[in-house]
Write a protein that binds this ligand. Structure first.
Ligand SMILES: [Zn+2]
Length: 116
């Protein structure tokens, strides 16, 4: 694993052989903003692995977020640009962030809360 990942290990909310989940450094006004990062030092992943990681991330987020919906956002500039990653956040961002979010490709998912 890369040094940068080792350094952040104590902050992992979830970890397995392929990936880990951490809160993002910059919360941009959100109450919850997390990202899933692949441990592999590569910007892209095998399509099958990517699909599996995304599927897992969505399920994990459904329990993590406590509001009716959350957004899964296309990759932007992040702390680990050399690693495949995806960000998920709630809708509590700063004005600028929410505006930005609407212009960034994203998918809204309902959480366990939203499915009640
Ligand atoms: Zn790396």
């Amino acid at each position: 694993m890369c040094d940068i990942l080792k350094r952040e290990k104590k902050e992992f909310l979830y970890e397995d052989k392929q990936c880990f989940i951490v809160k993002t450094k910059n919360m941009k006004g959100h109450k919850k903003r997390v990202m899933i990062v692949s441990k592999e030092h590569s910007k892209t992943l095998d399509r099958t692995i990517e699909k599996r990681l995304l599927g897992f991330f969505v399920v994990w987020c459904k329990s993590y977020f406590d509001e009716p919906t959350f957004a899964l956002v296309e990759p932007t500039y992040a702390t680990h640009p050399e690693h495949w990653h995806r960000i998920a956040c709630d809708w509590n961002g700063t004005k600028k962030e929410i505006k930005q979010l609407h212009y960034t490709p994203h998918i809204a998912y309902s959480t366990k809360e939203g499915e009640k």
